[in-house]
Design a binder for this molecule. Structure first.
Ligand code: ATP
Length: 296
């Protein structure tokens, strides 16, 4: 028994190591992924930030050319506005983020930030300007401090604490045995889905991006924490004037968006405020809203 369990234990730990390194890679490369085809144009410039207006102009894109995901998508999000994208699963909401981050280039059409075609902007300057809070956050097998500080390595402790406070996770961290030195992740303390999301939010706030992309960022939270964080978000967005994109499944969380875009079959079929879309007879949005409200 002894002889047999030794190698199995060993294999188990190799497997865990391997899996963890895949998670780490996923965390880093999912969004920091360097698609070899995407490179700086020879005369690429730094983004000149003027407020964060984002414009998609006749964007056509598919991961495989024979299967278009976005079919002639055009929209403008004004500087400092809160925009939301809704639509059925798989309709291309996250794809919009990937294109804005320039993990892929559109097959045709253009994307502009403050009037500058993102193809002409240096990649690191572009990606520095955009912060993302993903749907599923995997944390590094390291301390909480490391996990938050990853957003801006050179940030000092005070700045880390400030970001954690704004993400409403500071008090939770301070109650842990080793506070900011507590190891988290697969081999350390397991945080709940909502706590992980708030660590991820703190990391992103520390990065202090000009444009914030939230992929249903409050999905793992209970209703109370969600409400509290949403109020907090509103304040953060108001204070910083960041342009923000929200991908939402639950429409209640984006009711206050300046502009809601409804994606369907590769196109934006409706857009406007919550009130406007609800007033539109037979709108896709109203149907989605009524369906969700019935469940409450
Ligand atoms: P959800 O609401 O479920 O998160 P979504 O609207 O964000 O979905 P996307 O993630 O943008 O949808 O995906 C749009 C379509 O593109 C889906 O059909 C998906 O299967 C496909 N897709 C996404 N990523 C890739 C990829 N790397 N290679 C090939 N197809 C992909």
């Amino acid at each position: 028994v002894f002889q047999l369990s030794m190698p199995l234990n060993f294999l188990g730990s190799v497997y865990r190591e391997l899996r963890q390194s895949l998670i780490d890679m996923d965390t880093m490369f999912n969004l920091e992924n360097q698609n070899a085809l995407i490179q700086d144009a020879p005369d690429a410039k730094d983004l000149v930030f003027k407020g964060g207006e984002i414009r998609f102009e006749n964007v056509v894109f598919g991961y495989h050319p024979d299967r278009p995901i976005l079919n002639n998508v055009s929209f403008t999000v004004n500087a400092g506005e809160k925009a939301a994208f809704v639509g059925p699963s798989g309709c291309g909401k996250s794809t919009i983020l990937r294109l804005l981050f320039r993990f892929y280039d559109p097959q045709s059409g253009n994307i502009y930030i403050d009037g500058q075609n993102i193809k002409d902007i240096k990649l690191d300057s572009l990606r520095k300007a955009i912060g993302v809070v993903p749907q599923d956050t995997s944390l590094f097998n390291n301390t909480i401090l490391y996990n938050v500080q990853y957003g801006r390595i050179e940030a000092n402790r005070d700045e880390v604490y400030q970001a954690a406070k704004r993400a409403e996770i500071h008090d939770v961290i301070m109650s842990l045995p080793d506070k900011y030195e507590t190891k988290v992740g697969e081999r350390g303390l397991m945080l709940s889905g909502g706590e992980k999301q708030r660590v991820s939010l703190a990391r992103t706030l520390l990065k202090n991006p000009k444009i914030l992309f939230l992929d249903e960022a409050t999905s793992a939270l209970d209703t109370h924490t969600e409400q509290s964080l949403l109020t907090n978000f509103r304040n953060i967005l108001r204070d910083t004037g960041m342009t923000s994109f929200h991908i939402a499944h639950r429409l209640r969380t984006i009711r206050d968006a300046d502009e809601i875009f409804v994606l369907k079959d590769g196109s934006i079929v409706e857009s406007g405020s919550h009130e406007k879309l609800l007033k539109t007879e037979h709108s896709v949005y109203k149907e989605m809203w009524d369906r969700q409200e019935k469940l409450h």
